[in-house]
Design a protein around this ligand. Sequence first.
Ligand code: NAD
Length: 476
Amino acid sequence: MLHQNLIDGEWVVGEAVPNINPSDTNEVVGEYALASKADAETAIAAAKAALPAWSRSGLLERQGILRKAADEILARKEELGTLLAREEGKTLAEGIGETVRAAQIFDFFAGEALRLSGETVPSVRPGIGVEMTREAVGVVGIITPWNFPIAIPAWKIAPALCHGNTLVFKPAELVPGCAWAIVDILHRAGLPKGVLNLVMGKGSVVGQAILDSRDVSAITFTGSVSTGKRVAAACAEHMRKVQLEMGGKNPLVVLDDADLDIAVDCAVNGAFFATGQRCTASSRLVVTEGIHDRFVNAVTEKLKSLVIDNALKQGTHIGPVVDQNQLDQDEKYLAVGRDEGATLAFGGERLNRETPGFYLQPALFTDTKPDMRINREEIFGPVASVIRVKDYEEAIAVANDTPFGLSSGICTTSLKHATHFKRNAEAGMVMVNLPTAGVDFHVPFGGRKGSSYGPREQGRYAAEFYTTVKAAYTQA
Ligand code: NAD
């Protein structure tokens, strides 16, 4: 079956592209249609035409559709989690977990649809009243990356629909399967035609068509810094609203007084689970002298015990890297780290498994310096480096010394240091005795500096991006 694009409520054929399983490159997960520039333009026109009715649609209609989607995603969590694991390479447990998360996001915004509110205040001029309301922004372009194939589309689509916007959704080329499934579910849940359009295809063609359109009022993008800059420039050109979530080089500080078991769990989970392919991954482990050697030994021992194999195989802890390009990037940085004088304390080898896939042994660098490229540039793979520091003061300075600012963590039993860190970490999210990755769906998500641009995503804060505020004055 060819999975087609959804444009103006119709499934539309296109050139078929195979979706390959990174755990077994002989396996085709499915065939997916490639949208053209003209398809993207038709989709944008359909979203524009659907806007007046959808932006004034009844709240129960929106709530009902979002709730139906949540229910179906949850009921199909095993199947969709398996699809996710097959197309992206996360383990089955991670795939199911992410699918449940997507259902929870739709459920949250189903509830939000019944809680939309505004404010009424008296004017400073007697006899006049002022109403402040939030209205839909308009046609929203949604451009997503490959690493959270169901959760990221969910956390953009759900609030966008909840607030009455119409959408043109372009998922990453590597993961059309989850994107198609979520759109199919929403379509069958009863969305009017043109409200949600799916255009699977190339960033340079379909993504670019969204950036170039005068009819797109806002773009929400998650992906790399380099693409994010293009998106921001195009949005400045068109004076449109933009939200960018991009890379990370997240520090996990481990102090001498940390509980070693907690610190090791946080580091291994944060740095290597989901194959290290998380924007919130703990890629820099900033460790004070007194615990350094014990910490490195314990992390290394733990890494030896992890099973790296086919994402669907029972017992696998870490699946393959997503594709050959990402594997090449990981291996390039392994070479850069060695050339810069870091010690490869563990891992970094290509692994052969029963099925041909992009398997890489998680890698831990030690003896690294904050200014090395491996500590400044996002690798986006199962590679982490340890930076040895003297004390807490040096640790927080190193933690903040990065062009990124997404998530920042600390493992300590000191209330004083935990409190100081929460206040002074230059990041959008701060974790104490928790991995830097792994966040709740009902609170704001996003970062500072090179990691994010524009309003936060998720929870009630999502309204900042998906609505525009109107102040209406009435003289009674
Ligand atoms: P990417 O920038 O290569 O692609 C992201 C999306 O942009 C894809 O859909 C792609 O097709 C599209 N695109 C590419 N060129 C385009 C163009 N010219 N015009 C419009 N769209 C275009 O990123 P990726 O490799 O898919 O994802 C990995 C990156 O995503 C990492 O840097 C990671 O840190 C980041 N990420 C960030 C977050 C976050 O919330 N901060 C979450 C997940 C991933």
